[in-house]
Every structure is written in structure tokens, then in C-alpha cells.
Design a protein around this ligand. Structure first.
Ligand code: AMP
Ligand code: MG
Length: 496
């Protein structure tokens, strides 16, 4: 029996205390038989928490929601949102709670929140619960994203609750502890804008500025500048998603943060064979959130944020709209800039040079991958082999008949010029992952945990995808795309 020291959180709750009327105090539901599935010890340490205390009985009591730790002020946050284009004026934390905020060891303010902690006043018809599968999926993908260097919410812990949750059938229940720079979404602004509550809207904006853009606090046009800052963060984020083949799957405005972190790992998945029309989510019948549509959707969402901010931007409505529009119009160029920077890195190109020529070079490679249904991750990763005098793995991906590949490689190498090949190859390998959370492996891990309480595949996969860049002979199976049979008709579900 482990020594049971309760974990000590040094909470400093600016949201619950500073923003009256933006959340509802609420307690997590009690659960019958909590069991720790996984604790993220490194993240615990980063947060200034004692991992052993979190792993103890007293820690488990906290991570399961059975005991509210000292200093926590759990609240359900209010938000609205456009879901698949349609506006819901009230969504809110229906199965989540913000426990409180801590200042981490690097001085950053981080939210600590539960997902799956039971019903709240925002639950509508839902049960407020989560199942083991979706909780472990969020753990895997969020930690893989972090390891890939992509801004994201993190996962501190996954706990099995010992009770069943009822979806199409009974499933083992679980609870996730999520860590975020904040949980403030485009939809949080929409909530107050929809109610014409300009006073709370302004206080929310000031809170966000203090938290994410403190340099704007004294700016004369701080709300317009806040919009610009969120546009820039989302442009960076979307470029990063596109660079690893990530498909969020449910880019509703309530699932887009103002911090620029990826949030809400529901039906997300990584693309394998390159095709911009790829969609995995079972509820995205019209491909609204397909891989290639994501940057446009981000801009659409930011337009909804701009609309919400209008009353703060200028007292004159027309002028406010004009100024907001001018900022929104910068989004495509911001995105393109970051996209090209990322793609240049992936191809080992210098950061400067002829933009149009480099853009063509990238797009021609993508077109080749699409034509030959090449795995997005491996297509980029195997390019460095060419520079090491080992072109065969790349050629094998494209197939013997691959028309156009040789000509493209010649153009690419001409662009690389005299750059030392070994160094370029090494740089490429440091930005082109070899391991991503492959859909069939994720499904296998979740199934083993759900059906047989076997966490070994989850642990193995987590270990591999959190070290994505360094190729290991022993992990060769993890780098392989799904078989045609496995990927045919692959669908993801929200798990709600
Ligand atoms: P999501 O699709 O996960 O972004 O959720 C959209 C909305 O549905 C949010 O307001 C969630 O809180 C709510 N929701 C999702 N699942 C549940 C559930 N099991 N119980 C209650 N509310 C839920
Ligand atoms: Mg959500």
C-alpha cells in the first residue's frame, strides 16, 4: 500500500473569481471504484505537482472527482458555438469542469479541468460522462501532438471510474484530467455577444488579454489587436496541423481556443494516403471539416470571433466591421506564410528564397503523393533517404511506375544546391516524424483497454508516439500505415 499524501495544488483561480456570471460553481459526480489508468508524471512535475502524491489513494480520490482538493473552485464554464455551421446560443461544459488554475514551474498559468465528471447545468440531454475509449484516445493524440511540438491541451491523467456509461451499449466509464493555457473558446465570446452583454464581453476580452496577450493591455485598439493575435495563433496552429496530416474532425467554434492550442480530441485522426478531401468523422457527412478545408474553416470561425468582438472594436458599427474585416483578410497570407515555412523545413529547403518556386515545388510533391496514394507521413520522412544515397524506401512508396517522381527529385536536389546532404537529411528527420498515432493502432489500443482491460497496447503506443522523430528498428511496425482492409471505410466517432 502506497503512502497516501494528498496532492497539493497551489490554485490561483482567476476565472472563477474574476469573471462573475461566466460560469456556474458545480461539483464533480462521485464515482464508485476509481482506478488510475495512466498518470502523466512529467506533466505533473511541470505543473509543480508531486507525481507520487497524485498516484496515491488520496491522489486518485482527487483525479476521480471524489474529493475536491483544497483551493479548487470547480465551475462549469458557459459558452455558445456554431456546430457544423448552425449556431447554438448555449452549449457550455456539459461533461467538463474547470477545477482551477495553477502557475506552473515555468511561470505559466494553466487550467486544470475534468472531462467526464458528470452532469452540469449545461448537460442538456447528456449524461456528463465519458468512456474509457475516448478518454484514452484524447490522452494518446494530445500527447502525440505535444511531442510533435504542436500547441495543444495536455492530459495529466486518465482514471477508470468503475461504472458503466451507456452509449450504443454499456462501456467502462472514465475521467480525463485536461491541462490547458485556458479553456476560453471562440464560443465563449459568442455566448456573451449573443446576449448583447457587452459588459461581460469586455471583461472576458480583458481577461484574455491579461492572460494571453499582456503586451496589448495598454494598447489603444486592444480588442482589434486581440483579434489579430488570435488570427496569428490560429494561422500558426493550422499550418502545424496541415504539416503532420492532422484532421481535427469537429472544428466547431466551441472547439477553437483563443490561446491557439488544439482542443477537443473527439473524432480527430491522422491522414495516411495523401488526399485533401480526407474525412474520418462519422458525423461529418458533407466533409465540412475535411483535411484541405481546415484553413478556410479556421478563417470562418475567426470571422465569428470578429463578429462577437465588434461592439468592443468601435462604437460605430460600420467602422468596427471594416476594421475587423481588414484583420480577417490577413489570415490567408498568415497561414500561407507559416505553411510554407513548415513545408520548406519538411523538404530541407532554406527558409528564404523564391516563394512561388518553393510553393510550386511543395505542391507538386503533394500532387505526386496524391496521385500515387502515398502515405503522408512516410512520403516526407523517406525523402531524406535520397540524400543519404538510399532512395529505395521512397521509391517503394510511390511504386515502380511512379511517373514524375524522378523529375521532381531532380528539381528538389537542384533547389538544395550545394547544401551538405547529411546535414540537410538530419534536419529533415528532426521535423518529419516517423511515428504518428496510426488509426488502426489507436483503435487496437482502445479496444484492448475497453474490452479486456488490457492497457499494454495503449502503453506501447504512447511510448512510441511521444518520441516521434527518432527511428527505432524495434518500433518498425508502428511506422507502417494500415492495410487497405484496415483503412477502408475507417470512421471516427465523437464518443459523447
Ligand atoms: P463536443 O462535441 O465534445 O465539443 O461537445 C459539444 C457540446 O456537447 C458541449 O457543450 C459538451 O459539453 C456537450 N456534451 C458532449 N458530450 C456530452 C455528454 N456526454 N453529456 C453532456 N454534455 C455533453
Ligand atoms: Mg467541445
Amino acid at each position: 500500500m502506497s503512502v497516501s499524501t494528498p496532492p497539493v495544488f497551489k490554485f490561483d483561480n482567476s476565472y472563477a473569481n474574476g469573471l462573475e456570471g461566466m460560469s456556474v460553481p458545480w461539483n464533480p459526480a462521485k464515482v464508485p471504484a476509481p482506478r488510475l489508468l495512466r498518470l502523466n508524471r512529467a506533466l505533473a512535475q511541470e505543473l509543480g505537482l508531486d507525481p507520487d502524491a497524485l498516484a496515491s489513494e488520496a491522489g486518485l480520490a482527487v483525479l476521480s472527482g471524489n474529493v475536491v482538493p483544497e483551493g479548487a473552485q470547480p465551475v462549469a464554464q458557459a459558452y455558445a458555438g456554431h456546430q457544423f455551421g448552425g449556431f447554438s446560443p448555449q452549449l457550455g461544459d456539459g461533461r467538463a469542469l474547470l477545477l482551477g488554475e495553477v502557475i506552473d514551474t515555468q511561470g505559466r498559468r494553466r487550467d486544470i479541468a475534468f472531462k467526464g465528471s458528470g452532469r452540469t447545468p449545461f448537460s442538456r440531454g447528456g449524461d456528463g460522462k465519458a468512456a474509457v475509449g475516448p478518454v484514452l484516445r484524447e490522452y494518446l493524440i494530445s500527447e502525440a501532438m505535444h511531442a510533435l511540438g504542436i500547441p495543444t491541451t495536455r492530459t495529466l491523467a486518465a482514471v477508470a471510474t468503475g461504472e458503466a456509461v451507456y452509449r450504443e451499449r454499456p462501456l467502462p466509464g472514465a475521467l480525463l484530467t485536461r491541462v490547458a493555457a485556458s479553456h476560453i473558446r471562440v464560443g465563449t465570446f459568442q455566448f456573451f455577444a449573443a446576449r448583447q452583454d457587452t459588459d461581460r464581453l469586455r471583461r472576458l476580452a480583458d481577461h484574455v488579454i491579461a492572460r494571453h496577450d499582456p503586451s496589448l493591455a495598454e494598447h489603444e485598439d486592444r480588442y482589434l489587436e486581440l483579434l489579430r493575435a488570435v488570427c496569428e495563433r490560429q494561422a500558426v496552429l493550422l499550418a502545424r496541423w496541415m504539416g503532420v496530416g492532422f484532421i481535427h474532425g469537429v472544428m466547431n467554434t466551441d472547439n477553437m481556443t483563443v490561446s491557439g492550442e488544439t482542443i477537443d480530441y473527439g473524432p480527430c485522426a491522422f491522414m495516411e494516403a495523401f488526399d485533401p478531401d480526407t474525412v474520418f468523422s462519422s458525423i461529418d457527412a458533407h466533409g465540412r471539416y475535411a483535411y484541405g478545408k481546415q484553413p478556410g474553416i479556421a478563417q470562418w470561425n475567426l470571422t465569428r470571433l470578429a463578429e462577437a468582438l465588434l461592439p468592443l472594436i468601435d462604437t460605430d458599427e460600420d467602422r468596427a466591421a471594416e476594421r475587423a474585416m481588414a484583420v480577417l483578410k490577413t489570415f490567408p497570407d498568415r497561414f500561407s506564410h507559416h505553411w510554407l515555412a513548415g513545408m520548406r523545413g519538411k523538404l530541407g529547403l532554406p527558409a528564404t528564397g523564391d516563394v512561388d518556386a518553393d510553393r510550386d515545388l511543395v505542391n507538386d510533391f503533394l500532387a505526386l503523393m496524391q496521385r500515387h496514394a502515398v502515405d503522408f507521413t512516410l512520403g516526407f520522412r523517406r525523402l531524406s533517404g535520397v540524400l543519404r544515397g538510399q532512395p529505395e524506401p521512397l521509391q517503394a512508396l510511390f511504386g515502380a511506375e511512379a511517373e514524375g517522381l524522378a523529375a521532381w527529385l531532380t528539381r528538389w536536389q537542384a533547389r538544395l544546391g550545394e547544401a551538405p546532404a547529411a546535414e540537410v537529411a538530419q534536419r529533415m528527420d528532426s521535423v518529419n516524424p516517423i511515428y504518428i498515432p496510426r488509426n488502426h493502432l489507436v483503435e487496437h489500443a482502445l479496444e484492448a483497454a475497453t474490452e479486456s482491460d488490457n492497457l499494454a497496447p495503449f502503453e506501447a503506443l504512447l511510448g512510441v508516439i511521444t518520441r516521434p522523430y527518432e527511428e527505432r528498428a524495434n518500433d518498425a511496425l508502428f511506422a507502417q500505415p494500415a492495410s487497405a482492409e484496415q483503412s477502408a471505410g475507417y470512421r471516427t466517432f465523437c464518443g459523447t
